[in-house]
Ligand binder design. Structure first.
Ligand code: SAM
Length: 279
C-alpha cells in the first residue's frame, strides 16, 4: 500500500489530538519509512493504525516507541571521542564542576562512554550528567547498563582507540583493562557496566520537541548525536536555539558526525572541526 503525505499528516494529527506527542516536524522521509516498517510489523494499514491509536493509549505509547530509531554504540565514531578527550575536556580541567547533557541518549552506551572517559581523566567526581530520551523503554535499559555482549563486543575496539591509544602520539599507550569498567560474561552473553558508573548519570524522559526548560544549570557540553537527522529543517533550527539557551558561553555542542548546523542559527555557533561552541 502506498502511503501519501496526506495519510501521514492525518496520522500525525491523530497522535497530536490524543497525546502530547508532536511528530509534525519530523523529517517526512524517515518518518514515512518508520511507519512503513510499523505497518509490516503489525500487519496492518495506516487507517486501521490511526484509528487504534485514537482509542488505545497503551498502544499509542508503544507506537511512539516504535517510531524512534535507537541505534547506538559504545564510543560511537571514535574520532569524536578523541576530540572530546583532547580538545574539549582538557579546557574544562580547571573548572570546579562540569555539566553535561546527553539529549537523545537511547540505551545509554554514549553516556557510559562519557563516564569512562571522565573517569580516566580524573573528572568524573566533579561532573553532573543528565541523559534524556523521548522513549522510556530505552531509558530503562540505560539505567540498568546491561547489554548483549555479542552486539557490543566489536565496539570494544572503539574503547581501545579512545581510552588506550593517543592519536596525536602513537608511541603513547594506556593499558586499561575492560574489566575496569565492565563485567563481561561471555557464557551469558552479557556485558554490564560497573555499578560505580551508574551512580552519576540522571536518566529521564524529555521530549526535545515540546519539553521546555527543565534544567536549572547551563551546560559545558551538550551531546545530541544522530537525533536531529530525524527532524525537519525548521525543527532542527528550533533545537539549535534551545541548545544555545542551555549552553554556557563557549560551551560545546556535539552533533552526529554527519550532522551540521545549517540555516539561521549557524551564526550563533563557531564550528571547530567535529564540534561547535556557543559564540
Ligand atoms: C539513533 S539514537 C541516537 C543515540 C545516541 N545519541 C547515539 O548517537 O548513538 C536517536 C535517539 O533519539 C531519540 N529521540 C527521537 N526523538 C526525540 C525527541 N523528540 N526528544 C528526545 N529524544 C528523541 C530516540 O528515542 C533515540 O533513542
Amino acid at each position: 500500500m502506498i502511503i501519501t503525505q496526506d495519510d501521514i499528516t492525518l496520522f500525525v494529527e491523530a497522535i497530536k489530538s490524543v497525546s502530547d506527542y508532536d511528530f509534525s516536524e519530523y523529517s517526512i522521509k524517515s518518518f514515512t519509512r518508520r511507519i512503513e516498517k510499523i505497518l509490516v510489523d503489525y500487519k496492518t494499514d495506516l487507517p486501521l493504525l490511526t484509528n487504534r491509536i485514537r482509542h488505545d493509549d497503551k498502544f499509542l505509547e508503544q507506537i511512539v516507541k516504535d517510531i524512534t530509531v535507537n541505534t547506538t554504540e559504545l564510543f560511537r565514531d571514535p574520532k569524536v571521542w578523541q576530540t572530546i578527550k583532547y580538545r574539549i575536556l582538557t579546557r574544562l580541567n580547571d573548572q570546579d564542576k562540569i555539566s553535561i547533557w546527553h539529549a537523545g541518549c537511547s540505551t545509554g552506551q554514549e553516556v557510559y562512554s562519557m563516564q569512562i572517559l571522565l573517569n580516566e581523566l580524573g573528572l568524573l567526581e566533579k561532573s553532573d550528567i543528565f541523559a534524556t530520551d523521548i522513549n522510556v523503554d530505552v531509558l530503562d535499559v540505560a539505567r540498568k547498563g546491561e547489554y548483549i555482549y555479542r552486539f557490543n563486543v566489536e565496539y570494544l575496539e572503539n574503547f581501545d582507540k579512545v581510552i588506550k591509544q593517543n592519536p596525536f602520539n602513537e608511541s603513547e599507550f594506556f593499558e586499561v583493562p575492560y574489566e575496569k569498567y565492565f563485567d563481561i560474561d561471555k557464557s551469558k552473553d552479557t556485558i554490564k557496566v560497573k555499578p560505580f558508573l551508574k551512580q552519576k548519570p540522571t536518566f529521564f524522559k524529555h521530549d526535545l520537541v515540546k519539553d521546555g526548560d527543565i534544567f536549572h544549570i547551563p551546560f559545558d557540553m551538550i551531546l545530541c548525536r544522530n537525533v536531529l537527522i530525524y527532524f525537519n529543517y525548521e525543527l532542527q533550527n528550533k533545537i539549535f536555539e534551545l541548545f544555545y539557551q542551555y549552553l554556557k558561553e563557549e560551551g560545546s555542542l556535539i552533533l552526529g558526525i554527519h550532522e551540521s548546523i545549517l540555516g539561521p542559527k549557524a551564526t550563533k555557533y563557531t564550528k571547530k572541526g567535529l564540534y561547535y561552541t556557543k559564540k
